[in-house]
Design a protein around this ligand. Structure first.
Ligand code: ARG
Length: 122
């Protein structure tokens, strides 16, 4: 038997896969839960020698599920609130951004509206 397989500890992770690009179901190909949060959690877990098993659940059931020990952890784009903070522990933030799309000055594209009817490459 493979020693590394035996040593791999599996953690159950609760997420609400309705929040692209953070967590969503890959309906086009695999039906897997994919997204930024999934990649991030897998990357951290891999470095710590864990394997993750994601469970798709309603967002509002995630904290109750954690309290019921249904999940070892939750990753679901969750923002701390006073109410949540009373019952669960939040990590340090993993996603804050000041990122923008960029277009040429002359393009006159200032909003999504300006893209209506525009063809790719035109
Ligand atoms: N950040 C918001 C919150 O914590 C919305 C998160 C929704 N996430 C989801 N996977 N549906 O309430």
């Amino acid at each position: 038997t493979d020693a590394t397989t035996e040593e791999t500890k599996v953690l159950t992770v609760g997420t609400s896969a309705d929040y692209a690009p953070f967590e969503f179901v890959d309906t086009k190909v695999s039906e897997d839960i994919i997204g930024f949060d999934i990649d991030l959690a897998n990357l951290i877990a891999e470095r710590l020698g864990y394997e993750l098993k994601f469970t798709n659940s309603d967002f509002n059931s995630l904290i109750p599920g954690l309290q019921a020990k249904k999940y070892d952890l939750v990753i679901s784009g969750m923002t701390p609130t006073e109410e949540r903070d009373e019952v669960v522990d939040f990590s340090t933030p993993y996603y804050e951004t000041e990122q923008y799309m960029v277009s040429m000055k002359e393009s006159n594209i200032t909003s999504m509206e300006d893209l209506k009817g525009k063809k790719v490459g035109a």
